[in-house]
Write a protein of this length. Structure first.
Length: 768
């Protein structure tokens, strides 16, 4: 029996890589500094795993930016627009130029596109393919890293994105071909790479093919099959591991089980039942080793040893001990580093801490599980087993987790709780009367610039260097200035600016029961960007209003309508580490009820408009289509539970950014928000087409101002976008607003842009 780690976090325990790369980009640090920091992180990761007793230690799981971009560089898949950069700059600078774009030394080249890695919050750089795409072994990173570990006396298992997944994750940049047709040109480069690795003495290699978690077409399954057949033929001695994670193999199982590979990896956290199917399968290749992903790489809970041991022994009974590995469910990239450095018991109660395991603790779990399953049980081992049982029992029964009142309320939910009193057209009339807004009403998405000062106040407040009163006073002043500014330029629906919020999920989590927070629980989101997701450990409830103070204060300053501003239940769920002891849908209902109470309180406090942001609804979509309906059903219901308690005259807004709405437009309409604001400016209103084709019935604010760059849009530009929108939608349904919140912008550009935006709305009103 072996222990198998699919990948390790790489940003550094204290985010050293983030700091080093940002310094390098700013021109403060040298290449050597950056490379040294990288080498140290790799060294620490490898040594830690080696000392812990991990058998299959990954290499090439490190990256200076992203593992898919690493692969593009390895395969020489470099978009033509970077040719000059390739000729004149170092490989690392070319790499960063591809990731971030380049605007120096006479270059002005757009970065490559970035998108979400399956259903995680990690973003990868999308490979770009031309019709006549060629490949060559360009970067030697994979071989270099293998050698780097060898020098330390560690023989690693290189982790390489498999050729089919690599192609499927990319995009054709020209018409007239499908990217999978490039496989014949691509495979020889993989074979060359394997030759070089074998020359260095490599025994095991891990090919990640998580496309096996998707609904693959027949020709895609066939491609997988032929790739691994060719590899097996060319390298009969090599021990090839094929991994799939985040989902079951589903209808790809037959393909997977027939592969002539040494080992197949199963994510048994996401798909517990597939082991039975596999062990029963008559076409199971009896030579095959199974890598059992029992330790969760996506979440932070302690493993349940009893449960895992049952699973392991089932496999051992069928296959024998030497054909069973104990593994992480996926790479630990999605987990924080180390629980031991968390010492703030106020944000992470000691009892909750005993239920958790981060990457380092999970590595220890893997090793213990292997020993428990395959060695004579020492006293120390059985102590570990008992301790694990105790911790999990304690969690199951803890008062911190269970709140009967919450459970009762959830079970008492009825259909009526997720329905507004009247249908949209009746509501629309009442809202028009109550609000008296002009045509093309103007508004913003919520946040206004979070200046250095605002962030400093919060930091000082958190360090107890500012009293609550002093902090509130500063924020009130900032809020008042923002209200005055909006009044002055003539925005129709105002916002308070969200200055009191660090982050749209953390802010609510901190005020809700059932949430805990880490101090260093950073997880890479993309490049040097990390997020620190809250931990939902217990039944969620709201003990007091969370936002009413700020919204009511803002409303008290002005006769214009102010929009209350909330984060929706699906987004709060999606951007947190969630409970694994109850379905996500139940946790989501609990959050929805808490938000519902806040909505009622805002209404009672005199807010006539309330916005519930759900930017994450699309990203929560399951990987396999057969699971979409179930998810969309509960997600939409959760939003409606949160939003349906109000009077007809109270207007509910929602906001969604960076989404492709094609697949889910019907469900977006089912949310029945009175107004939806979306991101459309960069796509020249193309994203609106889906709404138009669907005849989306409610009001809609297609963003006319791209807030992702400091560029100020002119009235002419915004007018062109609005004219386009008015040709597509009934004009009495159109709102005028930016694409998203303004918190990352600075005041000067924000002011000019919003003045232009209001001016454009006025022009539109005259024109129609
Ligand atoms: N109300 C939030 C803001 O303006 C919305 C952010 C988002 O959609 N990501 O910041
Ligand atoms: Zn947004």
């Amino acid at each position: 029996m072996k222990t198998n780690v699919l990948g390790f976090p790489r940003i550094g325990e204290k985010r050293e890589l983030k700091k080093a790369s940002e310094n390098y980009w700013k021109g403060f640090g040298s290449v050597d500094d950056l490379v040294t920091v990288g080498a140290l992180i790799k060294q620490k990761n490898w040594s830690f795993q080696k000392e812990s007793g991990v058998d299959l230690i990954p290499s090439n799981d490190f990256s200076f930016y992203d593992q898919v971009l690493d692969m593009s560089l390895t395969l020489g898949c470099i978009p033509k627009r970077f040719s000059e950069v390739k000729n004149s700059k170092s490989q690392l600078d070319l790499y960063f130029a591809m990731a971030r774009g380049i605007q120096e030394d006479g270059f002005d080249i757009k970065a490559m596109e970035m998108t979400k890695w399956f259903d995680t919050n990690y973003h990868y750089i999308v490979p770009e393919f031309d019709k006549n795409q060629t490949f060559e072994l360009f970067s030697s990173k994979i071989v270099d890293e293998y050698k780097e570990a060898l020098v330390l006396g560690i023989k690693t298992k290189p982790v390489i994105i498999g050729p089919v997944t690599y192609l499927l994750l990319g995009k054709e940049k020209e018409a007239g071909f499908h990217r999978l047709e490039l496989l014949d040109k691509l495979l020889p480069v993989y074979l060359e790479l394997l030759t070089q690795l074998q020359e260095q003495g490599m025994t095991y290699v891990q090919f990640d093919e998580p496309c096996l978690a998707l609904n693959l077409k027949k020709n895609e399954q066939k491609a997988i099959d032929s790739v691994y057949r060719e590899i097996a033929e060319a390298f009969p001695e090599l021990k090839v591991i094929v991994t799939n994670y985040f989902e079951c193999y589903g209808e790809n199982l037959k393909t997977a089980l027939a592969l002539p590979v040494h080992a197949l990896h199963l994510d048994l956290v996401r798909c517990q039942l597939q082991l039975d199917d596999i062990l029963d399968a008559e076409y199971l290749n009896k030579e095959l080793t199974l890598s059992l992903g029992v330790v969760d790489g996506r979440n932070i809970w302690k493993n349940d040893f009893e449960d895992s041991l049952r699973t392991i022994s089932k496999a051992v009974d069928m296959l024998g001990e030497d054909k069973v590995w104990v593994a992480s469910s996926c790479s630990f990239l999605h987990c924080p580093y180390d629980l031991d450095i968390e010492t703030n018991t106020k944000s992470l109660p000691s009892e909750v801490k005993t239920w958790l395991a981060f990457t380092k603790q999970k590595v220890a779990e893997l090793v213990t599980l292997k020993k428990l399953a395959s060695e004579t049980i020492t006293e120390e081992l059985s102590k570990k087993r008992v301790a694990n049982k105790l911790a999990n029992n304690n969690r199951r029964n803890s008062k911190l987790v269970h709140d009967q009142k919450v459970k009762l309320r959830v079970s008492g939910l009825t259909v009526k709780d997720s329905q507004r009193i009247s249908g949209f057209s009746l509501r629309q009339k009442q809202q028009k009367n109550a609000l008296g807004l002009p045509l093309f009403p103007t508004t913003t998405i919520g946040s206004f610039p979070q200046t250095k000062e605002v962030r400093q106040w919060r930091a000082k407040f958190k360090r107890n260097e500012l009293t609550q009163e002093a902090y509130d006073l500063l924020l009130r002043k900032e809020t008042e200035d923002t209200i005055r500014f909006q009044e002055e330029i003539g925005v129709d629906v105002l916002v308070h600016g969200e200055f009191e919020r660090n982050d749209m999920v953390e802010y609510f989590g901190e005020k809700l029961e059932g949430f805990a927070f880490t101090s260093f629980g950073w997880v890479q989101s993309y490049g040097s960007r990390c997020v620190k997701p809250p931990i939902i450990f217990g039944d969620v409830s709201r003990t007091a209003p969370m936002t009413v103070k700020w919204s009511a204060y803002a409303q008290s300053l002005t006769p214009s309508p102010v929009k209350g501003m909330l984060t929706g239940p699906v987004t709060i769920l999606q951007w947190s580490f969630v409970r694994n002891d109850q379905p996500r849908s139940v946790t989501c209902q609990q959050i929805a009820l808490a938000i519902r109470d806040e909505v009622s309180d805002l209404e009672n406090a005199g807010l006539k408009i309330i916005q519930i942001d759900e930017p994450a609804i699309r990203e929560g979509l399951p990987l396999r289509k057969e699971n979409w309906d179930t998810y969309l059903n509960w997600a939409v219901t959760a939003f409606k539970i949160a939003s349906s308690s109000v009077k007809d005259a109270t207007q509910i807004h929602t906001h969604m950014c960076y989404a492709e709405f094609n697949d889910i437009i019907g469900n977006i309409a089912d949310l029945d928000a009175d107004v939806i604001t979306i991101e459309t400016s960069r796509s020249e209103m193309e994203l609106l087409d889906v709404f138009v084709d669907f005849k989306y019935p409610n009001e809609i604010g297609p963003g006319v101002y791209d807030i992702h760059s400091p560029r100020v849009p002119s009235t002419k530009e915004m007018k062109a976008l609005l004219v386009k929108a008015s040709e597509l939608l009934p004009i009495e349904h159109i709102w005028v607003n930016p694409d998203c919140g303004l918190k990352t912008r600075d005041w000067p550009e924000t002011k000019t842009a919003l003045v232009n935006l209001v001016e454009t709305a006025k022009i539109m009103r005259k024109g129609v």
